[in-house]
Design a protein around this ligand. Structure first.
Ligand code: ATP
Ligand code: MG
Length: 221
């Protein structure tokens, strides 16, 4: 999926003040491109991902997928886009608390109407090194385990666009390496477009392109 952002702006009202986070942000991503976004804490990285997923609406600017403009999409259109085409790894995982690890990973397939998605979810969790945690609930998982479940859930339905917010922030070096290998193998193997927010040089270096979010815009590094 090609992604085109043009002149995106987003401010938040804080009491009487308007906090300008993004302004005039533009980005072109080709289908299959993997872009890293780095930048200081509070610079607006998670806000950018929220706009791309339709969790927040921009104050101004254009979002386009291939030739389609998402500007005037209704909430059901955004929901359909997320279900069919988007995988999202949240900064704080957002696993469904009453579903087990395998049920969380199977969820996107279930929403797409698959009758028996759990074998595939189990396979994904095994590849993520979690074959012994299939039936744990999120509160019974460590931070790094939860993060891997979140990555599995974002990839299971082979979405055309993957947005990941610090996908390996809670993993030790060795596990992080294994999870990165899996993530990049999947993204590159399936020609998925991805925007990966990271503070890790190692993650950024593996992406095709690195951009810094600063003063509300993206800059080449
Ligand atoms: N809903 C909101 N209401 C008010 N301010 C917000 C809201 N969401 C984000 N902000 C502010 O926007 C700024 C950017 O937040 P954002 O979460 O995008 O930063 P970030 O670059 O992801 O930071 P980090 O690296 O710490 O995750 C922050 O200063 C934050 O306080
Ligand atoms: Mg953030």
């Amino acid at each position: 999926m090609n992604v085109q952002l043009q002149g995106l702006a987003k401010s938040f009202l804080q009491g009487e003040n308007s906090l300008r986070i993004l302004h005039g942000l533009s980005l072109d991503m080709k289908s299959g491109e993997i872009v890293a976004v780095v930048g200081e804490s509070g610079s607006g990285k998670s806000t950018l991902l929220s706009l791309l997923a339709g969790f927040e609406r921009p104050d101004a600017g254009l979002i386009r997928w291939d030739a389609q403009a998402a500007g005037d999409w209704t909430e059901p259109q955004w929901a359909a886009f997320r279900k069919e085409s988007l995988g999202f790894v949240f900064q704080n995982y957002y696993l469904i608390p009453y579903l087990t690890a395998v049920e969380n990973v199977a969820l996107p397939l279930r929403l797409l109407g698959h009758d028996d998605p759990e074998p595939e979810a189990r396979k994904m969790l095994s590849e993520l090194g979690l074959e012994k945690r299939l039936h744990h609930l999120p509160h019974q998982l460590s931070g790094g385990e939860s993060q891997r479940v979140a990555i599995g859930r974002a990839l299971i339905h082979s979405p055309r666009l993957v947005l990941a917010d610090e996908p390996t922030g809670s993993l030790d070096a060795r596990t992080g390496q294994q999870v990165l290998d899996l993530l990049f193998r999947q993204l590159e193997g399936r020609q998925q477009t991805a925007l990966i927010v990271t503070h890790s040089q190692e993650v950024a270096q593996r992406c095709h392109r690195i951009l810094t979010l600063k003063q509300g815009q993206l800059w080449p590094v």
